[in-house]
Design a protein around this ligand. Structure first.
Ligand SMILES: [Zn+2]
Length: 275
């Protein structure tokens, strides 16, 4: 449910603090936005520390990125985040979302630099809550190139890793987009531990299928993601029954007719008695 403007401003303050306290941002990193109406977004300003936001810092922009109302009081000089074009692109591609959160979670960034993908089926909750999390091509932060890097991927995913840069998560509220960020970084932490242990042990496809049914029931699945789960995790059989592979004719064990069987028994008996 969409919050009113004052409540959203307070929510941004809370999420800014949470992101900072959890180590997902530092200095002036990170940004948050949410829909206020059909052509209005509330968005965080450029340059400020997001752990120290105040409600009057936020700006209102339209979907063309023009400032409709700046910060008020002593915050009138503030400009919207330099990542505004990325936020606008996410809303353009996803009419269903209400909020966007961008952060620089360090373990997620480290894994992307190390080339360890997060698009895997390792953790049950991550599959249900986030689905597949792809990594974009590297793009300069705050650039048009970065807008292009998220364009296709954000259409069918609720969380992206921005190569060498950070995360982009979306949701039906700022808190849901934040929780997806938190979940993404927690999964990265577990992935990092697994890398240290030298273990990569994905869930069996049948277990992934059960989780995908939960995800569908919660209304969080996206068109086309089944094919992606099939490709990435081997979960290729969306049925209500556990998958039992059917044998093709060429896979079936050879069978003997009665004549062949009698002949074989005779040969064995002869060899056994004769030896
Ligand atoms: Zn950034």
């Amino acid at each position: 449910m969409r919050q009113d403007e004052q409540a959203l401003r307070q929510t941004f303050v809370q999420i800014g603090r949470l992101m900072y306290d959890k180590g997902f941002i530092c200095a002036s990193d990170g940004n948050i936005s949410a829909r206020l109406g059909p052509d209005r977004l509330l968005i965080t300003p450029s340059g400020l520390h997001k752990g120290l936001l105040e409600p009057e810092h936020m700006l209102i922009v339209n979907l063309d990125g023009q400032v409709v109302r700046g910060g008020y009081g002593r915050s009138a000089h503030l400009k919207p985040t330099s990542e505004l074009p990325m936020h606008l692109e996410a809303y353009r591609q996803r009419p269903d979302i209400e909020a966007v959160v961008h952060a620089h979670p360090p373990i997620t960034v480290a894994l992307s630099i190390a080339g360890i993908p997060m698009a895997e089926c390792l953790i049950p909750e991550a599959i249900v809550m986030l689905g597949i999390v792809p990594t974009t091509q590297y793009a300069t932060p705050s650039s048009e190139e970065n807008v292009r890097a998220i364009r296709d991927l954000i259409r069918n995913h609720d969380g992206l890793v921005l190569q060498r840069h950070g995360s982009l998560t979306v949701g039906d509220s700022p808190m849901q987009a934040f929780m997806r960020l938190e979940s993404l970084e927690q999964n990265a932490r577990i992935g990092f531990m697994l890398a240290q242990l030298g273990v990569r042990n994905p869930l069996p496809p049948g277990e992934v299928e059960k989780l995908l049914r939960q995800r569908e029931q919660l209304g969080w699945s996206h068109p086309g993601e089944r094919a992606e789960f099939c490709q990435v995790c081997g979960a290729c059989h969306p049925t209500s029954q556990p998958h039992r592979p059917t044998l093709r004719a060429s896979d079936a064990p050879p069978t003997l007719n009665q004549t062949d069987l009698r002949e074989l028994v005779a040969q064995v008996v002869q060899k056994t008695l004769g030896s």
